[in-house]
Design a protein around this ligand. Sequence first.
Ligand code: FAD
Length: 345
Amino acid sequence: EAITRTERAKTEEVSPEDYRGVWVFAEQRDGQVMNITLELLGEGKRLAETLGVELAAVLMGDQVESKVPELFAYGADIVHLVEDTELKNYRTESYTAVLAELIKKYRPEIMLIGATNIGRDLAPRLAGRIGTGLTADCTELDIDLEQRLLQQTRPAFGGNLMATILCAQNRPQMATVRPGVMKKLIPDSCRTGKIIRTPYQKDQVNVRTRILEVVKEAGRVVNLEEAQIIVSGGRGVGSQEGFAVLEELAQKLGGVVAASRGAVDAGWVPASYQVGQTGKTVHPKLYIACGISGAIQHVAGMQNSGLIVAINKNPNAPIFKVADYGIVGDLHQVVPLLIEALAEE
Ligand code: FAD
């Protein structure tokens, strides 16, 4: 089916020059614009200015018009607004259909989507539907002005090298971008722009799924990408119970707990805590790595932290290469001492 669609797209005889403008998929949940959307708008604005084109956001949902000013404030010149009760929650079929139709009609040259759970589901489906390429999980974007191409950089081969990818033939050039990597603009609430409303053609969309219930993950929701102080634990923590002392230190410092994949795979903390190439990219002011070896895939997600402190009993652990301060010792002795010292202050 994907091949047929790609072939169909090619036969429509639209050349890359017919595509203009940078678009951002404005991800919202429960009517709240996600942080990644604002980050993509910041980066999209920079790319749009380099190309001398406008920046548009596509906002879908149920009664989400009140969020449009926020998109303008963070850089959008145009907002494509598609509202319907059926678009309240993300569903692959409906969201893909709406975006594909808008892209066919307005032809943006660049389409940016967050590398979130939703974006990672939507982007490949959309790329298949409209017959274009997709570079997933980008951490850097730029413009090659001479060729008018988007340079899409992402980690490759398990994070051992960075690959820059160009999509020379097809349009739009499409990328998913990791949350926490791009910079938001300082919002300007005086900025306005153009709203283009498009009705949702439900009779033309074959939706084969129904959402019966949305169950929120129980427990404290950690927003690692926003956190200013992170106390992170690895396999060296030793057990689920071992994380209690990290939690205590994080609370004392006004921060949150995160983890390496080693700790997540061991089942001690949920996957949403994971920092690294296949987890979250974080940039807190302070990152304390406890019992984490410092594998390249972990470092990829935390190396841009302001100050890195590593606690590890192995003096040769690679984490010490990226750490500003290193403590060689057993974390079960060092962390309680830190908590004690903080209590004395
Ligand atoms: P280990 O490598 O086992 O290190 C444990 C460390 O704790 C050691 O350095 C040890 O000296 C120290 N230690 C042990 N006991 C103590 C103690 N009592 N006190 C102090 N120190 C102690 N990993 C990620 O973290 N995030 C990712 O997103 C990620 N993505 C990946 C993607 C791919 C494609 C691949 C192949 C791997 C990925 N990994 C990721 C896994 C990564 O390669 C490592 O296996 C993982 O980071 C190791 O976790 P760890 O450092 O907790 O465990």
